[in-house]
Design a protein around this ligand. Sequence first.
Ligand code: ATP
Ligand code: MG
Length: 653
Amino acid sequence: MVVSSATIDSLLKEKEEYPPPKSFRKDAWIHDPKVPREAAADPERYWADRAKELVWIKKWSKVLEWKAPFAKWFVGGQINVSQNCLDRHLDSPRRNKAAIVWEGEPGDRRVLTYQMVWREVNRFANVLKRLGVKRGDRVTIYLPAIPELPIAMLACARIGAIHSVIFAGFSAKAIQDRAEDCHSEVIITADGGYRRGNVVPLKKTVDEAVEDLPFVRHVVVYQRTKEPVSMKKGRDVWWHEAISDVDDFCEPVPMAATDPLFVLYTSGTTGRPKGVLHSTGGYLVGAATTHRLIFDVKDRDLYWCTADIGWVTGHTYIVYGPLANGATSFLYEGAPDWPQPDRFWSIIESYGVTILYTAPTAIRAFMRWGDEWPKKHDLSTLRLLGTVGEPINPEAWRWYHKTIGGGRCPIVDTWWQTETGMILLTPLPGLTTLKPGSATHPFPGIAAEVVDENGRPVPVNKGGYLVISKPWPAMLMTLYNDPERYQQVYWSQVPGKYFTGDGARVDEDGCFWLMGRIDDVLNVAGHRIGTMEVESALVSHPSVAEAAVVGKPHALKGQSLVAYVVLKGGAARSESLSQELRDHVRKEIGAIAVPDDIYVTEKLPKTRSGKIMRRVIRSLVSGQEIGDTTTLEDPGAVEEVRKWLAEVETGGA
Ligand code: ATP
Ligand code: MG
């Protein structure tokens, strides 16, 4: 038998279904199945209609120009993103509506109306201009989650500068690599930020980063903590001083729809981060449309996306999508467990948050910390929940639905990537019947398929490569300065289709189930198995909070499975538990998926956006070099993995 290198066997069968609650459906933006049907029949028309909902300086002449692998949307059109996110609301009752509601980690609060954000953006745009920043220049932003971060992004957009936001937890080396890659002459930072009660010295990190970057002309420093920092004369500028004597208005620059808006480096889960370049017009159309329709956002909502703005989720669903829609976007600076594990629930209660968008890694941590924390708070204002970043294990989905959503809130499990700029697979909360663990269907106007290596669709419930077969508006333009890598990574695997790098299957109802990364697929005795299913089987055991499964070379089977598990609070490690977990996996999904080795650990190696880095574990268990780890959250987690291996090698476990 020839085993295709693309297809994946599916073992998991999740049967529960949750139709949209009647009351939700009644008022939802989309409740008619006609919408996705019509969009599928003519996607360009669907997107052109959505584009008409924005303000254009000049209308486009052509909706899409597709010269594979480069797509140009709204060709000939001119638009300014900051004008769409701010100016256009000033002539409406939204002028004095909260645009950003913010809470700092120490508990300080700020509310900025659309008019207030508009004013700050105009002033900061004038500061950038005075520092010599011109249209097309790259500006690096390394700020904590404070309102000045979106303000700086929108100021760049106003004058046509390309921003590169770097997550404020990254090291000097990571800033250096990224600023060098896009040759950014101006960096915006703060004296520091707060994280778990400590001051993170951001300016000091930038100082270290720019030591070897002679082309950096200016560092703008926002005063957040008032801790002393060193300021280099001529190069470093205080934000508050620079902004004190500039004009309140800066004309928004007419940008071509096809001009770049920002560059953003990927999470680095699978290797060296890629500088993903996004467009202006197409990106904004994708961001605004998906944000409004998937989160069903209304003027009365208080919408909270807990991602960091340093990731694409924060770009699209904290800043650009919500502000283009005139929504109120909540922003929180700190950690979810500071000062106690109920910080999120206390925020939801005290502000009346109605929509919560977070990540499986956070949900699994909440489960581990225990139900007593959310139970202390009234979460009844919530009406919709969302998740993104990794496959959500059905067990975690059910917990989120019941414990946080009170059983009444639909959950949108949204699949997308830095590269896609916008959500591509997702339920529509007023229309879709949910299945725990499935991202359900392509968004209207999106053509997604699961195929083998020749691009042929695989049968129902057979896993394969998830590909996107038609361009979409927020699609990346290219990789910064590296069109060859762009072509090679995304367009060379499957002829004519965008290769996502993820494995998936489509079930009998047309629902998509993500199975994990293609690079992480396990290969046992001729069976290819996705990591998601084995990990979900482990997580469905009552003692397990989180699991990572990798393959290790095995003489007979090809690979044997090695599982690292993190236990829930209170569960104790023992040989009998390991045996119980093996039995549990056998019962849930079958003997083929039973891990040979199970290690209990305190933490798993993750990226700073909270994704499990299986490649690091895989390299360690196979005795190879671990490769690029600049995006690793906590080097201690690698030591945990190593420690176990060392004990095994010396016969300790
Ligand atoms: P890199 O590309 O540098 O390795 P990364 O892929 O982690 O890093 P992102 O663009 O942040 O960088 O993440 C996109 C990936 O996250 C997807 O390809 C997918 O593997 C995973 N993902 C995101 N949302 C979901 C979801 N709802 N279900 C399953 N997987 C998801
Ligand atoms: Mg990726």
